[in-house]
Design a protein around this ligand. Sequence first.
Ligand code: DAH
Length: 349
Amino acid sequence: MENKKIQEIKDLLQKDLVDQISLKELNDLKVKYLGKKGLITELNSEIKNVPNEEKREFGQKVNELRDCFNEYYDSKKEQLDLEELNHRLESEAVDIGLPSTVISTGAPNILEKVIEEVEELFLSMGYDVVDGPEIEEDKYNFEMLNIPKGHPARDAQDTFYIEGEEILFRSQTSPVQVRTMLKGEGKVPIRMICPGKTYRRDDDDASHSHQFMQIEGLLVDKNISLSDLKGTMDVLFKRLFGKDVETRFRPSYYQFTEPSVEVDITCVSCHGKGCPVCKHTGWVTVVGAGVVHPNVLRMSGYNPKEWTGFAFGFGAERLAMMKYDIHDIRTFYNADLRETPVFDREDEE
Ligand code: DAH
């Protein structure tokens, strides 16, 4: 009886294990023969009905059937998997010869590049690059820079006040001079530059922005004079604009320096010949500077009889505008993914 069943399943297998078969059909076959209620699986539970002396033979036959099926299943599965993989590889093939989509990622910010160039130069001359708060106290932004309350010099910088007259958005980076000297505790030399955001209640137009980048510089040591400042400015502007660029000083007035100067450079657009950029003078004013006022040194803990220093401050956007021929300061604060223009200093050397 049981042998008959085995024969039946064997015959069935012979019909079922065909050459052409799909993956789904193969899986269905597996369920049919070896599933929980599969035909071969069920033979196992028949074994209890087989007389003892035949059990061994019966078991062997069932194992043969299972091996037969498994052999078929494994080889078909391998073949079908391979076929499917090949099919997928073919249909998903990527043509690497096709032109790709260009994704615009923008470029380094021009203003940042100019600031980095200035930083690198000053670092190479032994300066530190320091930071200061953008929300500042009146004390540092004005008073300790020799601009007492009520002084008309305050009006020149339309300041954003935040809390009464004590807390403000710094209108200049000069307060960082004071903070640096206080930290220096009377020790020399002090050599620092501070690039940072500054704020003024200006209406935005092509040459004004209510927020702009200033770079402040301060050097305090023995016997520092205007000629040290002149040399430093020369190095700075030759580095930024090429070795033919000249600098000159004009007398000026700042509360925190005495004497004070404006630093002009020969116009980068016309090389000093005269053009609309320099209003036909051949010169452009780029920096405010001077010898640190004795009051400022004293208030920050430096004895002016012993030490002297120079200080300077300039707008970074103006330099970047000149360097990259940009005519509107607002350009820096709009999204613009264009590539950075190449400024070839080597050409001029
Ligand atoms: N803080 C000045 C301004 O914003 C620029 C300046 C002038 C800075 C002279 C200085 C300096 O350090 O010595 O207009």
